[in-house]
Design a protein around this ligand. Structure first.
Ligand code: ZN
Length: 229
């Protein structure tokens, strides 16, 4: 049996990342983008991701912090992005700059494609099963895969049909589906059959929130960690 873990949207939340990594010890790890921004520990998160050899793609927040381009963000997100850009070390920036826009993988013969937004718009498209399910077949065909993983919305789901499987592991560092626990996915292949399971992990939200406040980042980003919205 093959088993891997997929995380996404860590958003500089070190406490949440540590909690998830403790649950997936020994598994190969993939990340669907947005390692940094919103949270107070961008460098520590990048360091841990490098140490654990997580294979990651670039997210819109990663790129915005690298390029200093906040034109797509609202006022709060712009403040956070500028703070992140100032705070990123040279080492972290070099690592983020080296991330690809997508990853192709082979899970025991099942072709997979991982991206932050969507196969049509790798950085910015918000894909939700309620509005986009009619496009899922198109995504799978477009990238010639049986499995497509996308992040960006911070809301987990698994869509499994004849054509293949499309999923979002949710967000490690800033869930927005009403459950404040860190979200991630475990993929297993048993006798050629793929199964995707979304899991949650408790972590010290108060600690992560207090670091956000201490860093002088907008209160909103500290608060939403406790509501998961
Ligand atoms: Zn994100």
């Amino acid at each position: 049996m093959l088993k891997v873990a997929v995380i996404s949207d860590v958003h500089a939340n070190l406490e949440a990342l540590e909690a998830v990594l403790a649950e997936v010890r020994g598994l190969d790890l993939y990340c669907l983008g947005d390692l940094v921004d919103y949270g107070a520990d961008p460098n520590e998160v990048v360091e841990l991701v490098r140490e654990r050899k997580v294979r990651a793609v670039l997210g819109n927040h990663d790129r915005a912090a690298l390029q200093g381009d906040v034109s797509m963000f609202n006022a709060w997100a712009a403040i956070s992005s500028k703070w992140t850009a100032r705070t990123l070390s040279e080492d972290s920036s070099i690592f983020l700059r080296g991330l690809p826009l997508n990853l192709r993988l082979d899970l025991d013969g099942i072709r997979g494609f991982f991206v932050h937004g969507s196969p049509d718009d790798p950085l910015w498209e918000y894909v939700s099963p309620t509005t986009h399910h009619l496009l899922f077949g198109h995504y799978l065909a477009k990238v010639d895969s049986r499995l497509v993983g996308m992040g960006h919305t911070h809301v987990p789901y698994v869509w499994a049909e004849e054509a293949g499987t499309v999923f979002n592991p949710g967000s490690v560092g800033q869930p927005r589906d009403g459950d404040p626990r860190a979200s991630f996915a475990i993929l297993s292949v048993v006798r050629g059959m793929l199964e995707v399971e979304v899991r949650r992990a408790e972590y010290n939200r108060e600690k992560a929130a207090s670091k956000i406040r201490k860093a002088g980042l907008p209160e909103f980003f500290a608060e939403r960690l406790s509501t998961g919205t």
